[in-house]
Design a protein around this ligand. Sequence first.
Ligand code: SF4
Length: 474
Amino acid sequence: MKISQSLFLAYLDCPNHCKELISQREGNNTKPNKTRVILNDERLFYNLTRDFILSQFDGSYIEWDLSAENDTVRVSSNCIIKTSESISILIDYRPITHIKKDWIAKLFFQMKMWEHYFNKKINSVYAITIEKEFESGKKFGILRFQSLNKKIEKESPFLESKYNDFLNFIQNPKYSDPKNDDETCQSPKSCHHRNVCFPIALDTEVFSLRDSQHFAMSLYRRGLGKWENIPMRELSSKQEIQILAHRENRLKLNLPKLLEYSNIWTNESKETISFLDFETVNPCFPMFERTKPFDHIPILFSLHIYDGNALTHHLSQLHWLDKDPRLDVLTELKSLLPKNGPIFAFQSLFEEGVLKSSSEAYPDFWEDWLLWKERMLDMATPFRQMWVYHPRQNGSFSLKEILPALVPEKSYNGLEIKNGAIANRMFLQACESNDPHSKEKTAKDIQEYCSLDTLSLFLIYKFINAQILSQNSL
Ligand code: SF4
């Protein structure tokens, strides 16, 4: 039986998922292999890391991806082991800024395999990551080199027992029951194999209950998985609103709270309202002066403006990163944004962060940013606070779910790009492409996606506005 790092990590995540992967590998695989495209940005990191390691250490190296089949180790370029007669050092690298738990598990697995196949101990483990505070223009310092010995030592008792369980499981891969202690096993939404641990015949509505992971699991186990069975006395006030909306199958709207947040919902003073959304990229290597690793650089914005009668739409030019786009974006935005009135965004901290960091880089806009900041409103707040909740949201508070819940004739279905992370990756790929058609297609897809985000904000605003007006007229 072949064992590999990916199977071990899958086993830690969910034994049943691991079993599924094993059966795919044994020949029943119907799913295509997903290959991740490595962008130039990441390639630069890998090349720089190699050069760094080779310049810092003498001795021999093995490029090492430890997986084994029939006692044969397969070696490929994944991480590096430096060896000498008496010492083995494991060095791994990723273009990220923080050491995550799954990385420690991966390194632990590699240490076990090295011990097993070479009968030698790994003496030290190092990670090379990106230094978050590195600023563009500096020649050195983007790579962060750190020892992981303490972290590995701390996690070892847990990983050692899981590793032994894993070896037994590989010999006899049985389906197991849901675990009680694991984040991934708290909901069918995050479960890899829900028909094993959450059979469809059972009621799972409770897993859409707001802020309730462990609580939902305990209700489900008690057979209280349906909206109508969930006991009201155990709920928080936000959860109560949600349950009532589902039981009564109608919208819940908290007018006093909405008006306390802003009187723009009724807009009696006829202010002009702006709806703003940015698309950004956040490359690991700073591309422009005054940027740090993973800073968000705006490449496009969509702006809908509603003056109480007419709706106008502006879409900025899509910037292909041949130069720093922030100055052009700020200049264009300043010329288009009305001088007064609120500016709505969804999860507005993101838009605020982009505006703030861009204005820091181009201080001529700092005063503008301070004024814009005062006008920003977050369209996500009424939903997060449950001042507005429709049962069609089904417990989701994302713009993609809220839009069709409130405005059923509109949705993100049919768009090629359905979230910002995909837009980011597709854009960076298109930047590297020499095919003008594919570039044009990506540009069109990103523009459509960004435009729908701000149109959604407007439609949601109009929906809430109409609800309040109709309530007030009763
Ligand atoms: S609940 Fe889901 S994730 Fe957890 S063990 Fe069962 S199948 Fe795996």
